[in-house]
Design a protein. Sequence first.
Length: 722
Amino acid sequence: MEQTKLLARYLMSIFRNDTNGYTVAHFITYDDQEDDLTVTGIFGELHEDEIYTLYGHYEEHPKYGMQFQAERYTHWMPNDMQTLIRYFSSAKFPGIGRKIAQAIVEMLGEDTIRCIKEDPNVLDQISALPKKKKQIILDGVMHSDDLDDTIVFFTTHGLSNSMISKIQAAYGEEAVRIVKENPYRMVADIDGIGFATADKLAKHMEFDDDHPYRIKAAVLSAVLNASMSSGDTYVSSERIQRELMRFFAKHIENLDEILEELCQERLIVMEENRIYHHTQYDAECGIAAFLARYPYEELDTYEIELDEEIKRMEQAFHIEYESKQKEAIKTFYHAPFSIISGGPGTGKTTIVKGILHLIKVCYPHASVSLCAPTGRAAKRMSQLSNTNATTIHALLKWDLDTNSFVKDVNDPLDMDILIVDEFSMVDAWVFYHLLRASKPVSKIVLIGDENQLPSVGPGCVLKDLMDCACFPIIRLEKIFRQCEGSDVIDLAHHIKDGKITDMKNASDVAFFPCQSYDVVRYVIQIVENAYEKGYDNQDIQVLAPMYHGSAGIDVLNHALQKIMNPPATHKRELPFKQRIFREGDKILQLKNQPDDQVYNGDIGEIVEIIYAHEHVSKQNTVIARFDEEIVEYFGEQLTHITHAYCISIHKAQGSEYPIVIMPMVNEYRHMLQRRLFYTGVTRAKKSLVLLGQMEAIQRALQTLDHQMRKSTLKQRIIYSIL
């Protein structure tokens, strides 16, 4: 078996046999992705937060999933050559990956920079180095007097290239001085650098555990972490104390004093007994203030007889609108801001088509934008409405590095009408920024399903907007889709009410009882049966709520790849970390790549693998197709994709699949709740296959949100408007 080498940071031991040294340990990979890693092997004393080079191979444990079996290991220490490699693969040299950087440094040695400055043509020794990349290297070297102090300092202290880029962007030439003075400043100043990163650096610099800078940064981090983990837009001081126990083994006596200091710096905001991270407070206040004055611009319209126009639509579309659908279309015409909520099969798409038709008649010169929170949801909206749709992040021109939007109050959206689909997935922070850029927009329509999972980020925006009763709301309840998938829709509506239908006589829904350890075997049998009925890999989607465990996403993906895309002599393979990528693999995009027009949640297929010795970049390259888009991945970009034979229910939100296979077992008990079950079921367009334990299904039905999200958006909107 081919040995794999990787760098990883040790976190803690899960199990250790002191007699023979056998250890099961938790590491995270030392790269931009920082993947969780379970490592087994014979180890001596391991030191927390230190980096080790591990040599071994990945192996699938039948119960605990993929693990790395270390055959040997060494303690990793950066040397000059390694520092140079990280320097040349840093953001200072865009497009230069680690493989090219390594080739340059290995060729020219520790005097690489001096050699290039004295004779730029030495780069010609690097075989197949494109002229464009050669020029990038020359430009970077010629504009630097020497190896940047920033790169040396931060690399020596174990920070990744992406972290170093963020620090340089925030502090510029003063980066080293500022961070040496107070590394914990980064927690407040730099989006994407949290307490753990700052604390690791501070420990290397021998800051005391009870240093005031450390305690203050930990409190600020605790406010944000508590909000992100709970979904609440504010937290209590008691919750912050519980969060702080992760960093300190004692109660923080002067917490009120620290909170007051953070409040004076406006890093947090306190109202009564509520403590907000400033981003969440600004989001709530900004949404309420915007809606209180909306609309800011009126839209020129042609007066029409609305009932007559709806009749003409019905004739043109060969349909008959139900009263609620007519109400939704009329509400759009009369109201500047409206909300449409409904489950699967209730005619939301038909309403959107009617609204788009009405726009052409009443507002012929108006510009319209359709958007959704995810790429999959936007593409589905485009297909169903025959109108181009985009993601909210793309619409606002999101900057990945700074986590900010180009479009805002100073550079607003140039449009008249905005329609947002799958709005239940939109959190308060994103909606705030969408509104900040929407002053020129004269009409906004929000479409969603209030019974689906709430947003990943804090807030319950759709619920708050509906509960405040300040805007027109159309709730769609009548089911129209009574042909394919009608049993699925019936089941979904029963789940919404906390009931379960009899699945024995259903033609589109099936249930197979089994235990957690049998889930993989049953799923494979169901997939084989689907193949026999003529379905293919694109039709079949397995959904699960958890990544780890015997019925987790990781184990299911590993098993499903063997049957859905087995090895073949004509299919190239590329081992990468815990998985093997293979030509023909169904893959899931994990991060937004706006330049490539692919977004978090998109599903594609690997169409080609090019090995390093064949590619101009000298790096192993995966080429994937996402609908019409072709995207290349190499180096650390490969962490942006994973297998998609089984994906999480959260990742599936906003998508539909002809066949959904969904295990429901007690192993998932901490995740099981009604909204999750409902969301998974409503992803099935034609057929749904459930398997597992009826006890788990009943648990999901009976469990509402584990904790209702806390938010003051509703009250702020009511106060602002009334």
